[in-house]
Design a protein around this ligand. Structure first.
Ligand code: SF4
Length: 100
């Protein structure tokens, strides 16, 4: 028996039955992390490559994955980092110059 196939949004041929079961498609983000691997010690929130592309509602993207409008490239702050993680530079404390 041969499976009936159809193209998914990434251009991959997947069995039609798989699409009917509602099995969640792999996102660009998950594909990227599979390619580069995970860094369980960090979260995307701490990464230099995390950018905010919209306010209200806030959308976070990874500048290495891409800034496409697609939800498939959205990043959650709590996402486990990939191996391309780079620690975000710490903001230096401003010296207090108040009246006290
Ligand atoms: S940890 Fe990886 S996926 Fe997350 S923002 Fe940094 S480079 Fe992008």
């Amino acid at each position: 028996m041969t499976d009936n196939l159809q193209l998914d949004i990434f251009g991959n041929l997947v069995p039609v039955e798989e699409a009917k079961t509602g099995k969640q498609a792999e996102t660009i983000k998950s594909r990227y992390r599979k390619m580069y691997g995970y860094d369980e010690a960090h979260r995307c929130e701490e990464c230099e490559h995390l950018v905010t592309v919209a306010e209200e509602p806030v959308h976070y993207k990874c500048e290495l994955i891409g800034l496409a409008a697609s939800e498939a490239t959205d990043i959650r702050l709590s996402d486990i980092s990939c191996s391309r993680f780079q620690q975000k530079a710490q903001k230096e404390e401003e010296p207090y110059e108040g009246p006290f």
